[in-house]
Design a protein around this ligand. Structure first.
Ligand code: SAH
Ligand code: AVI
Length: 323
């Protein structure tokens, strides 16, 4: 079903979101011995706004670091990606970094893909105002499943852009499958630019996911609020606490929501019991060494050709070419 965004100046939104799996995934995830909820459901309109607020927090370094490295190396990044091709961006959100890339690459088409209808619409309308010459083909879709991207009429080299270390929210196996899919999409002459957060001091990571103002906690808890809003749940947010910790052995930050009391919750006509201290695992955020990410990319059919770092060495942008 294509959603209509044909108000003046707004690019039309294509949709590749299959029949809503939110209810099924919530019921299945809360039925497991270790309860889980997939992080892709964070991003309803409220969740997207909260993520944008996280990006502006002093503790959350990845956005600033990636912006700094993109600005600092833009000439080289543009020579690597080449001008006037097709730019496909996954998890585009606000498309802030994309604006720098669009300015430098002058692509013949820009295809932002996002599960957040709200973020996609806002970004596409803003980009169209800023770049009236640009052909924008937004796709409302879920990249954790095979996706068809409308590149048929587009000319030039295909470059997939995946910034923000969103790849870190996938397990390494899911990241491998995702990279295989994009390798197929860019074709033999294509390339990929992937923003990847680097492994670092656990204290720096801890602060980034436990900010003093509680915005990350609100982002995490919004998932329960979304279940209440959309699935008729009766979860009491005050009975859960945000809990995020670094797990260096598994190379990731984990986010959980911990039940503060023994309780039963209802989602539609399903009931789930929580012990005091029991958690729902809501997100992993994997951090990769440069070598580790290149090895993952290689296993999916890419060759790591370039790596750009921010001045503090916190974050990496990988330039991959089809191997
Ligand atoms: N690229 C931006 C936003 C990163 S936040 C940045 O670098 O700041 C992650 C983005 O990915 C959000 O906009 C979210 O809606 C989107 N996203 C998360 N899981 C997704 C999925 N499975 N399919 C499509 N988009 C997804
Ligand atoms: C989108 N993604 C890369 C963010 C991250 O850092 O894993 C989401 C996030 N979760 C908590 N803070 C930010």
């Amino acid at each position: 079903m294509a959603r209509d965004a044909r108000s003046r100046g707004a690019p039309q939104l294509g949709s590749a979101v299959p029949a809503d799996g939110f209810r099924e995934d919530v019921i299945a995830g809360l039925s497991l011995p270790q309860k889980v909820l997939p992080p892709k459901y964070f991003y309803d309109a409220q969740g997207s706004r909260l993520f944008e607020a996280i990006c502006r927090l002093k503790e959350y370094y990845p956005t600033r670091a990636e912006l700094a490295l993109t600005r600092g190396h833009m000439g080289e990044i543009a020579r690597f990606a080449r001008q006037r091709g097709t730019l496909i961006e996954y998890g585009s959100g606000e498309s802030v970094k994309s604006q720098l890339l669009i300015e430098a690459l002058r692509p013949s088409a820009y295809i932002p893909v996002d599960i957040s209808d709200d973020a996609l619409r806002r970004a596409a309308a803003q980009l169209q105002r800023r770049f009236p010459w640009l052909r924008i083909r937004p796709v409302h879709g879920d990249f954790s499943r095979p996706l068809k991207i409308p590149v048929a009429q587009a000319k030039g080299r295909r470059v997939v852009y995946f910034p923000g270390s969103t790849i870190g929210n996938l397990t390494p196996e899911e990241a491998h499958a995702f990279l295989r899919m994009t390798r197929g999409q860019v074709g033999p002459n294509g390339a990929m630019l992937v923003g990847v957060d680097l492994k670092k001091d656990a204290n720096v990571l801890h602060a980034a996911y436990n900010d003093a103002r509680g915005v990350t906690a609100a982002f995490n808890l919004n998932l329960l609020a979304r279940i209440n809003r959309e699935l008729g749940g009766d979860l009491k947010l005050r009975r859960f606490r945000h809990y995020a910790f670094s797990n260096p052995a598994l190379g990731r930050i984990e986010m959980h929501l911990v039940s503060l009391v023994p309780q039963d919750v209802n989602v539609g006509n399903h009931r789930f019991s929580f012990e005091a201290g029991e958690s729902v695992h809501t997100e992993n955020s994997y951090k990769y060494s440069i070598y580790g990410f290149k090895a993952l990319a290689r296993s999916a059919g890419f060759r790591g050709e370039k790596v750009w770092l921010d001045p503090k060495g916190l974050f990496a942008l990988h330039g991959l070419v089809a191997a």
